[in-house]
Ligand binder design. Structure first.
Ligand code: SF4
Ligand code: MG
Length: 324
């Protein structure tokens, strides 16, 4: 396993109390594999990723338990210097908002080239050639002419490609993409997603794709981990989830995707709001919103049941859910 997160716990201390953002998350991703981590905002998907990358704001955030094994080493035991080395060369992150992640006063060529100057000791001239090569690789047209341009001179989709190029530059073993296409329109979304999937195959990287949109991951993910209130409530191979979800929350997410074959059908929306992380409901955290909730759901936290050897559901009534 390239990356294995085990029983991770993260808290945020605020003036109003302690927000339990991540409450025992375990997941893994292999080289060449794509794991989609799905959930509403506040489900803990980004916070988990920030802990993996080592970019969690600490404080107010605090990792209170667990392990993050990357290529066999527990990242949480590394010194900051070593951690920085891993982060620079072995793992990279792609953010939703390329415009704020890129430096507005440096040309894209300088920013891409900088990676090679700093980490590979290349000359400016060679680094610039590398930058052009990368821009070509992520299919930015006329790379030679555009290498000197600034981020604001590119469209949203092209900027996102530049972010992908930055992430790829040092050929990391793992890329984490946090809502990489959320800010883009639908056709551009699909192109960027296809590009990511293609590069992941070619470079045999592990890819963690964080999204709130189950609709965008069907074609690119191998596995899906669905998060709710800082826990993984269902984890399964992607085709299993689409065939028959084993958790009511996953079912709700699936039923709220517009589908071409069901035009005219009314779109389902999960009722209610995600929980307050300072006051997570007793029992199953999803029970106030769950159409299948019963008494036991209000008192007993569901453990993760093995639906299959490679599939788990944290629902007392997963069997029922699986059968529709
Ligand atoms: Fe719904 Fe109960 Fe399952 Fe939670 S444990 S998802 S409340 S049926
Ligand atoms: Mg987020």
């Amino acid at each position: 396993m390239l990356l294995e997160v085990r029983d991770l716990h993260v808290e945020f201390r605020t003036r109003d109390g302690v927000a339990k953002a991540v409450n025992g998350v375990s997941y893994g991703v292999d080289a060449g594999e794509t794991l989609a981590v799905l959930g509403e905002s506040g489900s803990g998907k980004s916070v988990t990723a920030q802990a993996v990358m080592g970019i969690l704001d600490q404080p107010p955030g605090r990792i209170t338990g667990g392990e993050i094994l990357f290529q066999g080493r527990d990242l949480l035991t590394l010194k900051e210097g070593e951690r920085r080395k891993v982060r620079g060369a072995e793992m990279a992150m792609i953010f939703q908002d390329a415009l704020s992640a890129l430096n507005p006063v440096l040309s894209v060529g300088e920013q891409l080239g900088e990676m090679f100057v700093v980490h590979r000791g290349m000359s400016r001239k060679d680094a610039r050639a590398k930058a052009v090569e990368l821009m070509d690789r992520v299919r930015i047209p006329a790379a030679v002419e555009r290498v000197g341009q600034y981020p604001h001179q590119f469209s949203g989709g092209m900027r996102q490609r530049i972010m992908i190029a930055m992430a790829l530059a040092l050929e990391p073993a793992l890329i984490i993409a946090d809502e990489p296409t959320t800010a883009l329109d639908v056709t551009v979304q699909a192109q960027v997603m296809d590009l990511l999937a293609e590069l992941r195959r070619e470079y045999r990287m592990g890819l963690i794709l964080i999204t709130h949109d189950l609709g965008v991951v069907a074609d690119v993910a191998d596995r899906i981990a669905v998060m709710y209130a800082g826990r993984i409530v269902e984890s399964a191979p992607v085709h299993d989830i689409y065939k028959a979800p084993a958790h009511p929350y996953t079912r709700g997410l699936l039923d709220s995707i517009p589908r071409l074959d069901q035009k005219g059908r009314e779109l389902y929306a999960i009722k209610g709001l995600p929980p307050n992380l300072m006051n997570i409901p007793q029992g199953c955290a999803f029970h106030p919103r769950c159409p299948k909730a019963r008494d036991i759901c209000r008192t007993d936290v569901p453990e993760v049941h093995a639906v299959d050897e490679d599939r788990g559901s944290a629902c007392h009534f997963w069997k029922e859910c699986l059968n529709g």
